[in-house]
Design a binder for this molecule. Structure first.
Ligand SMILES: Cc1ncc(COP(=O)(O)O)c(C=O)c1O
Length: 482
């Protein structure tokens, strides 16, 4: 076994990994990356089909991001945000406010038209305050603490209640886990958590209201319904209101729930439920840790449904996938609730050592510039279209139940039989076995249970895309022998 692999086996404990299984085989030790390609210490090449767990945007070793980090490094790597400001963090906060506006970067030209027509020289941003932190989980911790305290201070709610979606995953810190509803990951920690409530999320492929017959075509066009799930959502809010303690905050992943199994929300669902939540006085926390920065076709998924949250949490792709950094954007109203004289102690008592880190901020600024370029916008549109076309071939496989795509995010649900939609038991390790076979074909991704995830970096070429999809096709056929 390679020396580095031996050291890994001896000392490293990997996340979300059964280490007994891990220790049975030699790990792939990544040494380099370039574009959508990774290379290991043995010189083998692999395609990074899940963008290194949903973080990488424009490819590895992008000259502009690498150069921005090196340039910053020559000045300073890090100084504290506790007591000091710094150049890249100030510029980044301004940029995030700009791109998170109700009008996305892809609509820049129409933004200019609006300004011209209305005579306004500025489209005023709704989310204009930025709290920087380190990871998706910390971005959520910031939002939930702010929402909790804001509700207590301004609405005089004694114990503000949170509602999130069934299958929600918002990170692994204790507050973020409290918002989550995936028993496999979260049940063990119940005793440590604060209580939150959950509401059914749409899962059209397995919808209990779905009266469509299990034909191949229905799986592709299952969006013929009367939004019964929206009705249930409304009932949940009114039932809670009757108890005299209405939900203070609704937390959601917009357009697609990631760790739940890449489950898309039908068009219009998010708009309707967020309006119901608002009408009932709840604050909205949008978790765009997975969906942000162009993954779903717009800069942010909320922009696609014209939803304006009170908190927008971003991380993963913020630095282009180069360094850990996150942000929680919020409104002037929330900010103002924490203002006061020193002795009133209204301060937001929260922060991390690396908050507003200069290297991360420099990488983020470079990544956002690439994201806004015409070249990148065009490339993403073409990649999305090609991905949709390539995925069609997977419907032929009897163990593929559903193929779900939102923008550049794909979940392929494996089933025992597409007619019955019967799921594999998790103990069958169906998703893991398919991903192991894909690695042998030179394509790396990680399953979520029985769902194979494809989330290509935006620089993925057509040849690389074809290789990713044929690896899935061949691996599914090989694992299930069909
Ligand atoms: C929607 C969502 N929120 C939060 C997180 C947590 O992010 P991190 O792993 O950076 O803490 C994740 C991670 O996958 C996520 O998908």
């Amino acid at each position: 076994m390679n020396k580095l692999a031996q050291l890994d086996h001896k000392y490293v404990w990997h996340p979300f990994t059964q280490m007994r299984d891990w220790l049975k085989r030699e790990p792939i030790v990544i040494a380099e990356g370039n574009g959508a390609e990774l290379r290991d210490v043995r010189g083998r090449k692999f395609l990074d089909a899940n963008s290194s767990i949903w973080t990488n945007l424009h490819g590895h070793n992008h000259p502009k991001i690498t150069s921005a980090i090196s340039k910053q490094l020559k000045k300073i790597a890090h100084s504290s945000a506790l007591g000091f400001a710094n150049e890249p963090a100030s510029l980044l906060a301004q940029k995030l406010v700009e791109v998170a506006g109700p009008i996305s970067v892809e609509q820049e030209s129409s933004r200019a038209q609006i300004k011209k027509k209305s005579g306004l020289d500025r489209v005023s941003p709704h989310l204009n305050k930025v709290f920087l932190s380190d990871d998706g989980s910390t971005a959520l911790e910031v939002a939930l603490k702010l929402a909790y305290e804001f509700s207590r201070r301004t609405k005089k709610i004694k114990s503000p209640k949170f509602l999130s979606l069934d299958g929600a995953y918002h990170g692994d810190t204790v507050g973020a886990v409290s918002l989550g509803h995936i028993d496999l990951f979260h049940k063990a920690y119940r005793g440590l958590l604060f209580r939150t409530d959950k509401v059914a999320a749409p899962y059209c492929y397995r919808c209990k209201f779905n009266r469509a017959k299990p034909e191949r075509d229905d799986a592709r066009n299952y969006r013929q319904c009367n939004f019964e799930c929206v009705g249930k959502f409304e009932q949940k809010f009114s039932a809670q209101k009757k108890k005299g303690n209405p939900f203070a905050t609704f937390v959601f992943e917009p357009l697609m729930q990631g760790a739940a199994g890449m489950i898309p929300q039908p068009e219009g669902w998010l708009k309707q439920v967020s309006e119901i939540a608002r009408a009932n006085g709840a604050l909205l926390i949008a978790d765009e840790v997975m969906t942000g920065f162009g993954r779903t076709g717009k800069t942010f998924a909320c922009q696609k449904e014209n939803v304006r949250p009170d908190f927008l949490c971003v991380a993963k792709g913020m630095t282009g996938g180069y360094l850990p950094m996150a942000a929680t954007l919020t409104t002037q109203k929330v900010f103002d609730a924490f203002l006061g004289e020193y002795h009133e102690f209204k301060t937001f008592f929260h922060g991390h050592s690396y908050t507003a880190n200069q290297l991360g901020a420099a990488a983020s600024l470079a990544s956002l510039k690439i994201l806004q370029s015409k070249k990148s916008i065009r490339a993403r549109k073409i990649l999305e279209k090609n991905l949709r076309a390539e995925l069609q071939s997977l419907w032929q496989l009897p163990n593929v139940g559903d193929v779900r795509q939102v923008g550049l995010v794909v979940g392929i649900e494996l089933v025992k039989n597409w007619r019955t939609r019967e799921s594999f038991d998790l103990r069958d390790r169906a998703g893991i076995r398919v991903c192991e076979a894909m690695a042998k074909c030179g394509v790396l991704t990680r399953p979520i249970g029985n769902v194979i995830v494809i989330m290509p970096p935006y620089c993925t070429t057509q040849i690389q895309l074809k290789k990713m999809i044929s690896a899935i096709r061949e691996s599914i056929a090989a694992v299930f022998r069909n």
